[in-house]
Design a binder for this molecule. Sequence first.
Ligand code: HEC
Length: 93
Amino acid sequence: MKRKTKSILFGLFVGLFAIGSLVLVSCSGSSQLVTEKTGAQLWGENCVRCHNAPSPPSFNDYQWETIALHMRVRASLTEEEVAKIVEFLKMAN
Ligand code: HEC
């Protein structure tokens, strides 16, 4: 009887540990995904939220830099995300 209780407790402990590490892994996994997104992806996801995504050739490099400053505030993007988007826009214009 005592033995059974011990193994049940052990099973519970292992189960909780497994769930805990699963949660940890999934959390760090999703934050990794955000930083792994390309500029093109970020552009496609964010710059269509309020208007049609302006196509890269619509503006030159200097114009994109200024536009990015304005739209970064509107879209509340991080510096890194905007840098990636601008890099993509400059490459594709
Ligand atoms: C939260 C809403 C919002 C998001 C997200 C947004 N924009 Fe805008 N955008 C606007 C509004 C409103 C205007 C028009 C007013 C202005 O120019 O400030 C505008 C105007 C523009 C213009 C000027 C268009 C023209 O013909 O003069 C460009 C270019 C532009 N956005 C690019 C972008 C890019 C690139 C992104 C993604 C990084 C983006 N926008 C994300 C709201 C947004």
